[in-house]
Each structure stands twice: as C-alpha cells, then as structure tokens.
Design a protein around this ligand. Structure first.
Ligand code: S3P
Length: 455
C-alpha cells in the first residue's frame, strides 16, 4: 500500500491507536538547509551537501539561487551540489522570485541581495505576504540597499542592492535569527566589519556555518550586563573569499518535536529519533519537556559539520504543567504549538510567557493554538503575549476540525493531539506540511500512527 501524502486532498485526520514504536529519522534541519544552499552559492567552487531538507521552503531557496545565476544540482535524495559564484557574484534574476511560505528564504535572501547592484522582486504565498519585512528593511536600508514594499513592510517587495554597501553595527530590536542572519549576509558584501548585537541568543547556524566556509567571524559577550550574561555581539569581516565546504545537514529538532511529543502522549510508546541537531540555541522544547517529566534519553552525542547532534529515545510519560520562562522563547520559538499539545494532556497548568513573536509566524500561532485547543475541549486563556493551558491530565476530548491557516506547525501539532485525544482531530489542509516535513503522515505511519486522508 502506498503511504498517504501530506497533500492528499488537503484534509487529514489523526486517530487514537496503539503505541508508537520504531525509529524515525526526522528530515534535515530547515534553518541549516537554507543556509547551506546560500553560503555554498557564495563560495568559490563546488560544495556538496547531504541530508538537505527537500521540503517546499528549501526548494524555493534552491530555485531562487538558480534564478540568480547559481548552478544547483540534485544528485540523489538529500544529496545536492552547488557551484558557488563567489561573494558579490550573483546575477540579476530573469523573473519574479517566488518564495512560497518561507520567511527564512525571504529575509536571508534580502541580506544576500543587499550587496548586489541590481533589482529583484520577491513574493510569496498569502501567509508570507502577511508577515513583517520591516525588521530586515530597516537595517539593510541603513547599509545602503533600497526597498519598495507593499504598505512599506510587506511582500511583494522590490529590493535594489548596492555594490558599495556600508558596514553597520546593529542591535536587534526583536530576538530574530532571520534578521541577524540577513545583516551578517549583507555584511559579507561590505568592506570592513559588520556587527550585530543580540540581547537574547538566537539560533547561531549562520555564524557557525560562515566559519565553516572560512569567513572571519567573532562572537563575544556584548557586555549588556543582563542577568544571564546572554548578550552577544557577532562580527563578520566583509568581502572574504569563501571556500567550498562539505555539509551534512543534521535532523531538524523542530520537526523531530512532532513524533517526540506524539510518543510522550500515546500510552506505551517508545521511539528513537536519530541524529537530531542538539545546538543549545534550538533545544528549549526538550528542556521544557524534561521539566514536565518527559522520559527523554540522549545518546551518542557527536559533532557533524560544526553542529552537535545526538540520538533521542522517547518513552510515553505522564506530564505535569510548567511555567515556560520568556528567556527560553528564542530556543524553542517554533515548538510552542506542539508543546501546547503536550500541555493539553498534562496534569495542571502550563503558562507560556513573552511569546508575542508567535503572532508573526506562518500564522498568528497564539490565536491558532488557543482557538484549536478550545475547539478540542481544552481550557485556554490567550493574553497579548502569553498563553495559559489547563491540562486535562489525560485525554482531551478532541473531535474538532482545525483550520491549519497555511501553517505547517499548526497542522502537525493538532494531528499529534489527534493521536492522543478521545475523538479524532482533522485539519482542513495538510499541504503546508510539505514546507518542512515531506510525507509527515507516511513517516508517522511507520511508527504506527493513524494519520491519513479522511475516509
Ligand atoms: C529561523 C528563525 C526563526 C524561526 C524560523 C527559522 C531561521 O525565526 O521561527 O522558523 O532559520 O533563522 P525568527 O528568527 O524570525 O524568530
């Protein structure tokens, strides 16, 4: 029998069944995959990438780079070769660049294009067109790029880059790895040093990978004197010659989160998730789940292409509600929806603090999670930047039809809850799942989960 695809007629339903068992290799990390393609495009010569995520988001980045004159070849599943054109060597695109659902592609490409003296038009789907771009437009304009954007802040936008970009020193007003990365990528094209200060650490794949390709990057304490001593200044020296460097993309901790939470919630389950990226700027969900009482065992910790990885064994567990501190948000920003599903099944109350950024993701995730949980019979209170979830201490009722709102993580989260609820849960459209987790339903099926097109 062929496995059901995420895209099958849009609608998908998840039902309670037996324990989840076996091993599932989560798809390649989405953030690292985008960066691997982009930095390989700027190196001089050929870079080989393995384990690349072949979801729609990353395919959009690959297609964009081709439109900009880069040779990008797919040899085998996950195995790609990129012939880089050197820093500043991209060519004017022959068409409008369509980026689908991907905020990372959009914001990081703005950084790359800022250093090229030609114009490009970037657009995306309805979700991406509703997301704020002012956060990259402001610093890149200060460096010398010009923008014309819908309403000043939205896509479609036209960026006109500048061959004489100015270096900058910029303090991030929001904790955003996408903004940090856009500035560092622009800084690659400017003479001298460009630096970004981040008051709270965000995922650091760009700085790690820039070093991997031979760029000069310094990371130091920004002397902000905050309690956690967390403020960092990242400085890049511009106009280097980047050398090709092989990259083996680790499994995505944000994608692994879905089978991991499913195994915690479905009685009697035990699964293994090999090769997950354990970069500390990404593991806030797993820290939080452990605090809630989750049986998580990390084994065989090792390094892969400048990133730490390990295998994870997850056993079904009784969870207890917790308060998730706002400082942890950047290290688990994409995982709040699935954590909310765990919280819905936990004993007691879980509170997310300082999560206003969730309103600016592929959907307004605070609103989508609150509405979806309420429809499943879970008591929730939505604040302007917080969410309180009253756990059912067992199985929530479920039995709802959820609008996924073009948001892959909302879609997968409610499917996970459907595996642990009294009654099945449906999502109206699973096609967005292709952005980050191709054939999610099929992969979950190999563990014994019942997710598929509705009968
Ligand atoms: C990403 C950073 C995060 C995250 C997104 C991927 C990245 O966004 O939500 O899925 O690859 O840099 P922000 O940096 O805007 O918080």
């Amino acid at each position: 029998m062929t496995q059901p695809k995420n895209t099958a007629n849009g609608k998908l339903t998840a039902r309670r069944g037996g324990p989840l068992q076996g091993s599932l290799t989560a798809p390649g990390d989405k953030s690292i995959s985008h960066r691997a393609l982009m930095l390989a495009a700027l190196a001089v010569g050929e870079t080989a990438i393995t384990g690349l995520l072949e979801g729609d988001d990353v395919r959009h980045t690959a297609a964009a780079l081709r439109h900009l004159g880069v040779t990008v070849v797919r040899d085998n599943p996950g195995a790609w070769r990129i012939n880089g054109v050197g820093v500043g060597g991209l060519l004017p695109p022959d068409t409008v660049i369509e980026l689908g659902n991907s905020g990372t592609a959009a914001r990081l490409l703005c950084g790359l294009l800022a250093g090229h003296g030609f114009s490009a038009v970037l657009t995306g789907d309805a979700s991406l067109r509703s997301r704020p771009m002012g956060r990259v437009i402001a610093p890149l304009t200060a460096m010398g790029a010009t923008f014309q954007a819908e309403g000043g802040d939205r896509m479609p936008l036209t960026i006109t880059g500048n061959d004489n970009l100015r270096p900058t020193a910029y303090t991030l007003p929001v904790a955003s790895a996408q903004v940090k990365s856009a500035i560092l990528l622009a800084g690659l094209h400017a003479p001298g040093e460009t630096s970004v200060v981040e008051p709270t650490p965000t995922r650091d794949h760009t700085e790690r990978m820039l070093g991997h390709f031979g760029a000069e990057v310094r990371v130091e304490d920004a002397g902000l004197g905050n309690d956690s001593g967390a403020g960092r200044r990242i400085t890049i020296t511009g106009q280097p010659e980047l050398a090709p460097a092989a990259i083996a993309v680790p499994a995505d901790p944000s994608s692994a989160a879905f089978p991991a939470v499913a195994a915690l919630l479905v009685e009697g389950s035990e699964i293994t998730l090999p090769g997950i990226c354990t970069n500390p700027t990404r593991t806030g969900l797993y820290t939080t789940l452990a605090e809630m009482g989750a049986a998580l065992t990390w084994t065989d910790e090792r390094e892969q292409g400048g990133e730490p990885v390990a295998d994870l064994v997850v056993r079904a567990s009784s969870l207890t509600g917790v308060e998730v501190p706002s400082e942890r948000a950047p290290s688990m920003i994409d995982e709040y929806p699935v954590l909310a599903m765990a919280a819905a099944c936990a004993e007691g109350v879980t509170v997310f603090q300082g999560v206003e950024e969730l309103r600016h993701k592929e959907s307004d995730r605070l609103a989508a999670v609150a509405a979806g949980l309420a429809a499943c019979g879970v008591a929730v209170e939505e604040g302007p930047d917080s969410l309180t979830i009253h756990g059912s201490g067992g199985r929530p009722n479920g039995g709802a039809a959820i609008e996924a709102a073009l948001d892959h993580r909302i879609a997968m989260s409610f499917l996970v809850l459907g595996l642990a609820s009294e009654k099945p849960i449906s999502i109206d459209d699973g096609s967005s799942i292709e952005t980050s987790f191709p054939d999610f339903a099929g992969a979950m099926g190999t563990l014994g989960a019942d997710i598929g097109p509705d009968a």
